[in-house]
Write a protein that binds this ligand. Structure first.
Ligand code: VG1
Ligand code: CO
Length: 542
C-alpha cells in the first residue's frame, strides 16, 4: 500500500509570515503539495508515532489537500490524525484542538485573508505542540528540507469519508473525525460571562456578524445565535464557500464595506463585527463607529479584568512592532510590560508559553490571548460583547472614555499591492542604507528623532530576528513604519504604517486621515513611494 515516489526540490517553498502561500494552481501541480508536506515531516525529524491535528478554512482544494495529507501522514507512520469534519477547522479551533488533545502538532490549510478559488490563493501552515505557528527555527528546517527532498511517501488508498464524526483507520493510522465547532464553543463559554451577554442580547441590543462566506459562519451561528440568543440572521454570509463568494475574506473597512454601510446607517445595529477566511482576524464596529484594531487591543487590555477569564489581571501584553502604541499607554498605566515583536503571530508564542504576556495583538486585525496560540476572531467579538455588557455603554461611549483616560493614537495603514518586486525591494534597501543619517532631517513638516531597522531579541529563548521593518519616530509623537508583506502570492506589497499620538484632552476627535496628514506627507518626502512604484495612491487604506 505504501508508495515511495521519487521527486526533486521545487524552488520557492519558503514559508513566509504565516506558512507557505501560493496561487491555488501552483499548489495543485502534481507533487507540489506532496513535496512540501514531506518536507514538513522531514524537517520535524519524521512523524512516526505522532498525533497530528488537520483542518482548513474550506477554500477551493481544501478537500483534496486534506486527503493527500492524511495519506502521507499514514504512509509515514503517524499514530493518529485528528481531523475536523469535512476537513474543516478554523485556525483558532485547530490551535485549541492541538493543545486540548496534547497533539504533537498540526497542519492548517489556509491562505487566511487572501482570496480563494481556483484562481485565488492556497496555503499550508504547520503549528507545533503548543498550538502556535511554528517558530522560525522550525520553518527554516522545513524550508531546508524542501531543498534536499528526493522522495515522498504516500498510500495507494481511496479517499476517506470525512463527513461524519467518528473513528476510522488509514493503513495503521487512527483517524478521528471531530465536530469542528463544539470544543471551541465550550472554551469560549469558559472564558466569558455568557449569562451577561445573553442578558444584553435579550435587552434589545442588536448585533451583526459578517462571516464573509468563510469558516466562522458555523462557529458564529452556534455561539452567537444558538448559545447566546442573538436573533436568527444576526450572522450574515454564514455559509462557507470555496471561493468566499468571490470576495476578499479580509475584515477591514475596504473588503467588509457592506458591514460598514450597515453600521453607518440610521437604523444600524448596536455592534458589528467580521472575521477572515480562517477565523483568526476580527473587525469591530459600533453604531456609527469603526474601531481600529490597535485601539481595540488597547480597549481589551484596559477592560479585561471585567471578564471572568481575565479577572486576575494581565501578566503582560504584547503587540507587533507596527501596531500602534495605544496598548503601551494602557500597559504603562497598569504597570505591566508591553513587548513589541516582529509581524506575525509566531513571535508571541514564547511570551505566552512563559506567562510573560496574557494578551497579544496586531494592527492587521488580529487579537488574542493565552487561551490558545493563534489570534482569534470570535474571541475578540465575545470579549467586546462581555465588556459592553459589563460597562453598560455603547461602543462609541467606550471609545470616547478610553481616549479621554489614556490619550489617542491615530493610526492607518496604506498598502501598495502587487507592485514590482524589485522596485519595492530596492526602495527598502536604499532606505536602510540611509537610516544612520536620518536623525534630525526634516521630512515635510516633521523632524526625524530616530530611525532604525527593527530587530527583535526574543526575551525567552534569546533568538534574534533582524530586518523586520524600518521604523522612524518624529518629534511630536508621529511614527512611520515601512515593510514588505510576507503573505502575498504575486509581486510585492509595500505596507506603510502611519501613527500620530495625541495625549488629549483636546484633539481627540479628528478624522484619522486628516490627523495623519503630516506623517503621510513625510513618507512621500522620505522616499517618493508613489513615483517609484508607479502608483498615484495606495490600493488599500485601512
Ligand atoms: C499579514 C499581517 C500580519 C499577520 C499575517 C497573517 O502579514 O500584516 O500582521 O500576522 O498577515 O495573518 P504580512 O507579512 O502580509 O504583512 V492571516 O489572518 O493572513 O494568517
Ligand atoms: Co487569518
Amino acid at each position: 500500500m505504501i508508495q515511495i515516489i521519487p521527486t526533486q526540490p521545487i524552488d520557492g517553498q519558503k514559508p513566509g509570515t504565516s506558512g507557505l502561500r501560493k496561487k491555488t494552481r501552483v499548489f495543485m501541480q502534481p507533487g507540489y503539495l506532496e513535496n512540501f508536506v514531506q518536507s514538513i515531516w522531514n524537517g520535524l525529524g519524521g512523524v512516526a508515532g505522532k498525533t497530528l491535528v488537520l483542518g482548513g478554512d474550506g477554500r477551493f482544494f481544501n478537500t483534496e489537500a486534506a486527503q493527500t495529507i492524511l495519506r502521507m501522514a499514514a504512509a509515514s507512520g503517524a499514530a493518529r490524525v485528528i481531523v475536523g469534519r469535512d476537513g474543516l477547522l478554523s485556525t483558532p479551533a485547530a490551535s485549541h484542538l492541538i493543545r486540548s488533545r496534547g497533539a504533537d502538532g498540526g497542519i492548517i490549510l489556509s491562505a487566511s485573508h487572501n482570496p480563494g478559488g481556483a484562481d485565488g490563493d492556497f496555503g499550508v501552515k504547520y503549528n507545533t505542540a503548543n498550538g502556535g505557528p511554528a517558530p522560525e527555527s522550525v520553518t527554516s528546517a522545513i524550508h531546508d528540507a524542501t531543498t534536499r527532498i528526493a522522495e515522498y511517501h504516500t498510500l495507494d488508498a481511496p479517499a476517506l469519508d470525512l463527513s461524519q464524526p467518528g473513528q476510522t483507520r488509514l493503513h495503521q493510522t487512527e483517524v478521528e473525525i471531530v465536530d469542528p465547532v463544539a470544543d471551541y464553543a465550550d472554551l469560549m463559554a469558559e472564558l466569558f460571562d455568557f449569562d451577561a451577554i445573553r442578558a444584553l442580547l435579550a435587552s434589545g441590543f442588536r448585533l451583526r456578524f459578517d462571516a464573509m462566506h468563510a469558516i466562522t459562519g458555523p462557529y458564529a451561528q452556534e455561539i452567537l445565535e444558538a448559545r447566546l440568543g442573538a436573533a436568527p440572521g444576526s450572522v450574515v454570509n454564514a455559509t462557507p464557500l470555496p471561493d468566499f463568494g468571490g470576495g476578499h475574506p479580509d475584515p477591514n473597512p475596504v473588503w467588509a464595506s457592506d458591514l460598514v454601510a450597515a453600521m453607518m446607517a440610521p437604523d444600524a445595529p448596536d455592534f458589528g463585527a467580521a472575521s477572515d477566511g480562517d477565523g483568526d482576524r476580527n473587525m469591530i464596529m459600533g453604531r456609527g463607529i469603526y474601531v481600529t484594531p490597535s485601539d481595540s487591543l488597547a480597549v481589551i487590555a484596559a477592560n479585561a479584568h471585567l471578564v471572568p477569564g481575565y479577572a486576575g489581571g494581565l501578566t503582560g501584553v504584547a503587540r507587533s512592532m507596527p501596531t500602534s502604541a495605544a496598548l503601551d499607554r494602557v500597559a504603562a498605566a497598569r504597570g505591566i510590560t508591553c513587548y513589541a515583536t516582529p509581524t506575525g503571530w509566531k513571535f508571541f508564542g514564547n511570551l505566552l508559553d512563559a506567562g510573560q504576556a496574557t494578551l497579544c495583538g496586531e494592527e492587521s486585525a488580529g487579537t488574542g490571548s493565552d487561551h490558545i496560540r493563534e489570534k482569534d476572531g470570535l474571541w475578540a467579538v465575545l470579549i467586546w460583547l462581555n465588556i459592553l455588557a459589563a460597562r453598560t455603554q455603547s461602543v462609541a461611549e467606550v471609545m470616547t472614555a478610553h481616549w479621554q483616560d489614556f490619550g489617542r493614537n491615530y493610526y492607518s495603514r496604506h498598502d501598495y499591492e502587487e507592485v514590482d518586486a524589485e522596485a519595492a525591494a530596492a526602495l527598502i534597501e536604499e532606505l536602510r542604507a540611509r537610516l544612520d543619517k536620518l536623525a534630525g532631517e526634516k521630512l515635510g513638516t516633521l523632524i526625524v528623532r530616530e530611525a532604525e531597522d527593527f530587530s527583535y531579541r526574543d526575551p525567552v529563548d534569546g533568538s534574534v530576528t533582524a530586518r523586520q521593518g524600518v521604523q522612524i519616530r518624529f518629534d511630536g509623537g508621529a511614527r512611520l513604519v515601512l515593510r514588505l508583506s510576507g503573505t502575498g502570492t504575486a509581486g510585492a506589497t509595500l505596507r506603510v504604517y502611519l501613527e500620530q499620538a495625541v495625549d488629549g484632552p483636546d484633539g481627540l476627535d479628528t478624522e484619522p486621515q486628516a490627523a495623519l496628514a503630516e506623517v503621510i506627507a513625510a513618507a512621500e518626502a522620505l522616499c517618493g513611494i508613489r513615483a517609484r512604484l508607479g502608483r498615484t495612491a495606495p490600493d488599500v487604506v485601512t
